[in-house]
Write a protein that binds this ligand. Sequence first.
Ligand SMILES: Cc1cc2nc3c(=O)[nH]c(=O)nc-3n(C[C@H](O)[C@H](O)[C@H](O)COP(=O)(O)OP(=O)(O)OC[C@H]3O[C@@H](n4cnc5c(N)ncnc54)[C@H](O)[C@@H]3O)c2cc1C
Length: 571
Amino acid sequence: MEVPIYSYDVVIVGAGLAGCAAAREIKKAGKNVVVLTKLHPLRSHSGAAQGGVNAALSEEDDVELHMFDTVKGSDYLADQNAVELMCSKAPETIRWIEHMGAAFSRREDGRIAQRPFGGQSKPRACFAKDRTGLTLLQTIYEQAHREGVEFWDEWYVADILYKDGKAYGVVAFNLRNMEPAIFNAKAVMFATGGYARAFKINSNAHANTGDGLSIFARHGLPLEDMEFVQFHPSGLAGSGILISEAARGEGGKLFNKNGERFMEKYAPEKMELAPRDVVARAIMNEIREGRGVGPDGMAVYLDLTHLGEEKIMERLPELRDLAITFLGQDMVKEPIMITVTAHYSMGGIPVDIDGHVKKSPTELTEGLYAAGECACVSVHGANRLGANSLLEALFFGRHVGESIVKDLEKGISCEIAHPEEAKNMLKEIEFVLTNNGNETSAQLRQELQDTMFENCGVFRTEESLLKQKEILKDLRERFKNIRIDDKSKTFNTDLQEAIELGHMLDYATFIVEGAIARKESRGAHFREDYPQRDDENFLKHTYAYMDKEGNISLEYGEVVLGKFEPQERKY
Ligand SMILES: Cc1cc2nc3c(=O)[nH]c(=O)nc-3n(C[C@H](O)[C@H](O)[C@H](O)COP(=O)(O)OP(=O)(O)OC[C@H]3O[C@@H](n4cnc5c(N)ncnc54)[C@H](O)[C@@H]3O)c2cc1C
């Protein structure tokens, strides 16, 4: 098959906030850049973000406090140099996107309004009603277009060109007709977003299948801190569709079936606005002890009725619609039923603060970059605070774009790509199309999601994790027996889903292996058999590598500490 080769200075994979922000900066600097995305850019998950984006803007707040809250929220695992960079640039980042046209909600005096979010000492989340992500994404996408960035929508990237520590392009196919192509480039940036789809109840878009992570891992590159998966306290009961923390920020209260405002027991000071890990565990505990609500007792109530219709319609209109559509409950009139939902992934592709991908805790690759949720620069450590991730995607997207321009100006050599280098991808497609087994993607995915939620969820033990390790081994074996019905070449979603499932099985293994080895509880990773944080042995980042047989080996890297000394975390 003929494989065309296109040449660029930079190829970016992913058109969410991080990808678009980087592309705009790179194009503005006069470099030749293409953005490849499996979705239309405006369908990227960034557009689903509701609640807000943090910056210490107001007179009562300051950057140092934002840094402290972030480090404490991370259970001291965040790298403090990265936190300092992001928090100190946050006000400028908000002004930058605002000047490009993002219409934030306003205070009476005309300044940008800010709402409280979990674990933050001050109201710090700037917002556009409850559609913050969409507002930001539309703005940055428009501006990237205005600069003339080339977007290739509905192109699926399946592999990187990577040799001897150096990247020089990607291999992709067109989802419309399955035509393959190679994109040869001096710099390759991944901005492929989150991957909570490995869990049964999750808040993520269908596309959040962690492709980028597995693509790297299959080349022997490490993934960092994968055991830290954030469970958000408020997904709609049953589906897990997100009800933003903005609901609690605006004053929402949580009740169990006995009408008790149970957060009094778990976080008497911060109550519903404790960080997500704390609230999620409190909810699961109420449910486990039989105080849940709903037909299966698997939910609790979130009450917003005291806010009144006017405030709900002004601040949370989208959330009200979601609860009516998917649950038949109107938050203006009654409490709605919520439950914990897998939401965000703190771990990912390890990068330094300028976005260079690491090939070990202390060595960098060349020509390879990552930013946004797929990356782990470790601003969130073991637990992310709400509204810090839109900030991460926007700020680091832009910053890594600038860093690529600097590297290009210093000079990056580029290996010439050859058509045969599409062979891994073509083999993968051929396998899925022609394999004649008896397993379906839908069945394997369902089993993966059910068991990950059950055995590697909010509460974990050695026993549940070892069981999950065996289940994953079995699922990976069964994947070899997969069969799809659609053999066509036009928008073959069966094929795409099977390839995505392969990625999910790979990165889920990293989550489980990291969690088995981390014999402590920190942030979102809670081991019932090791309920305490153990700084002596585990104040360190996990780096995990996959070999050709799919076995994982681990090593550890240092945490960049700074002015905030680790302390006990109380709210
Ligand atoms: C429901 C919800 C609400 C949220 N609310 C907030 C909030 O209020 N505040 C906050 O700070 N954070 C929030 N978050 C988190 C935040 O939205 C994300 O972390 C952030 O937007 C991620 O941006 P990104 O650019 O890294 O990735 P994304 O926006 O997810 O974009 C990923 C891109 O990668 C592309 N891609 C992936 N794989 C491939 C492939 N194989 N080939 C080609 N393209 C590929 C996709 O097409 C897409 O364009 C929320 C998340 C969810 C799910």
